[in-house]
Design a protein around this ligand. Structure first.
Ligand SMILES: NC(=O)c1ccc[n+]([C@@H]2O[C@H](COP(=O)([O-])OP(=O)(O)OC[C@H]3O[C@@H](n4cnc5c(N)ncnc54)[C@H](O)[C@@H]3O)[C@@H](O)[C@H]2O)c1
Length: 472
């Protein structure tokens, strides 16, 4: 990928951490999984950053509009850890808690240039109006900038997303041709917008459920599969492959296979590119991964957990197709099994019945309702119930995640981190982890892991919460 000018001034990280370079054995803080040797320097965030979003629908346009409003100081970027979060450094007595954006050399949101692909040619303003998430009082203020964001034509095959039929779609004899076309798009976008580098976050529709097959096992097999139009290679995999080939970090906001198979891990390693996924953790699963660890912490048993959702946006329409629903269902089902560890606690969780439903219900639009019924039991087995009714807004919860992932993935890339970025599990319903490793779902362990990884990369002491030094 042709890059703009890059300074060779690098941000050096401090080497203060006494425990930083080896496995740490901290509960939930195994930063050796960050798939990176601790960098001695981090390339500075100079120049413009292209944030490329396959899928300019509800989530993407809400993320873009919110970022544009925030950078003009018209609204606060609420929900964004990179923009609003702080990080404690050192001892509690030091009272050092800088903002994450001041602690890390993150790209400032003023340097971000948004672009993307969609199967419909509407610009980001038209698409945002169609999505009906943000009100006119917000969209009108950034109408001009949004209108300038016109999607590049998409890689799309209705075999993988059954409920959509777009017109703004690339043609190619083989899937390998399509990879080359996306690579050309990326290069052109970066050059035309005078960007220094790019990241991609998948914000397009959920594809049908696919298991990794022989074609996904190595770079060579995948490249052969691209030439042979292997049906195991979906549109999202084509974008991801093109991005990796261009050295562009790729985060996957949907539950699709996309970057979660050996060929991608191999390519990411070869090209030194970070990848992350999958499926933004926004409403119901966010609550699940907070409540379940609390019940387990108190050794309370759970017999049943029934989760249902009603939503009426285009995502809901796509998920009405059984193939796409299966992908989402698998993604939503994983968290409880991992958190409760029924093999370790058979008396408490062996009989757990976990069911997830998603119902397309147009009157609700993007204002989803996620409803959970939990049948739990306590002392002497006495039953209790817990009901959660989360009247949320899907894209309002997902938008800050898009921004955070774009900025953290760019940071990771400049810090030389490659392959699966498990420290970003915090953002995902179905976190990717190294083969054979159980992914971490507990939101607070994920947050600790994320912040300890940042401390570690920046050469700060890791925080164990032991605190015994205060009583010496
Ligand atoms: N909003 C949330 O809380 C949330 C949470 C987790 C995951 N997600 C996932 O994020 C994704 C986006 O959600 P949304 O509500 O914005 O959906 P949406 O339907 O509004 O937007 C998706 C966009 O992707 C486009 N698209 C489909 N296939 C494409 C392709 N191959 N290339 C380019 N564009 C393509 C569609 O035309 C549409 O504009 C979905 O996969 C959804 O499951 C959303």
């Amino acid at each position: 990928m042709p890059r703009g000018k890059r300074s060779h001034n690098e941000v050096a990280t401090s080497s203060r951490s006494p425990t930083a370079s080896t496995g740490l054995g901290l509960a939930g803080c195994d930063v050796t999984e960050a798939n990176v040797k601790k960098p001695s320097s981090i390339r500075p965030a100079e120049g413009r950053l292209a944030v490329l979003l396959p899928g300019l629908g509800a989530v993407a346009t809400t993320a873009i509009a919110g970022t544009l409003l925030a950078r003009r100081g018209l609204e606060k970027p609420i929900g964004s850890l990179t923009q609003m979060g702080t990080i404690r450094l050192g001892s509690r007595k030091d009272a050092r808690s800088p903002r994450i954006m001041d602690f890390l050399p993150l790209a400032p949101i003023g340097d971000v240039v948004f672009g993307g692909w969609d199967i419909f040619p509407e610009n980001a303003y038209e698409s945002a109006v169609h999505a009906n998430v943000l009100e006119g009082r917000h969209l009108d203020q950034v109408k001009e900038e949004l209108s300038r964001i016109k999607p590049m034509s998409a890689v799309f095959d209705p075999a993988y997303v059954k409920r959509l039929n777009g017109t703004h779609v690339k043609k190619g004899k083989t899937k390998a041709d399509l990879v080359e076309q996306v690579r050309d798009d990326i290069r052109r976008f970066v050059t035309q917008n005078e960007c220094d580098r790019a990241v991609a976050v998948w914000c397009a529709s959920t594809e049908v459920y696919l298991e990794p097959g022989a074609v996904h096992q190595s770079v060579a097999a995948f490249e052969k599969g691209l030439l042979a139009n292997d049906p195991g290679i979906s549109s999202s995999q084509i974008y991801a492959w093109a991005c990796l080939k261009e050295g562009v970090p790729f985060a996957n906001g949907a539950p699709n296979l996309t970057v979660d198979f050996p060929a991608v891990w191999q390519l990411a390693k070869e090209r030194n590119v970070p990848v992350a996924g999958k499926d933004f953790k926004t409403g119901q699963t966010l609550m699940k991964t907070v409540i379940a660890p609390a019940l387990k912490a108190r050794m309370l048993g759970v017999r049943g957990w029934f989760s249902t959702n009603i939503l009426g946006n285009r995502d809901g329409e796509v998920l009405d197709d059984p193939g796409s629903f299966k992908t989402k269902e698998m993604s939503k089902l994983g968290s409880l099994e991992v958190i409760f560890q029924p093999k370790l606690y058979p008396a408490l969780y062996e009989e757990l019945y976990h069911k997830v439903r998603i119902e397309y219900y147009p009157p609700r639009g993007d204002a989803k309702e996620g409803w959970d019924n939990i049948d739990l039991f306590g002392w002497l087995g006495y039953p209790m119930q817990l009901k959660i009714d989360f009247l949320c807004r899907d894209s309002i919860l997902a938008a800050p995640i898009v921004l955070d992932l774009a900025l953290f993935m760019d940071f990771a890339s400049r810090a030389g981190m490659r392959g699966t970025q498990e420290w970003l599990s915090f953002y995902f319903k179905s976190p990717m982890a190294a083969p054979g490793l159980t992914p971490e779902h507990d939101l607070f362990i994920q947050l600790k892991k994320l912040k300890n990884t940042l401390r570690w990369v920046m050469g700060e002491e890791l925080i164990t919460h032991l605190g015994s030094e205060y009583y010496d």
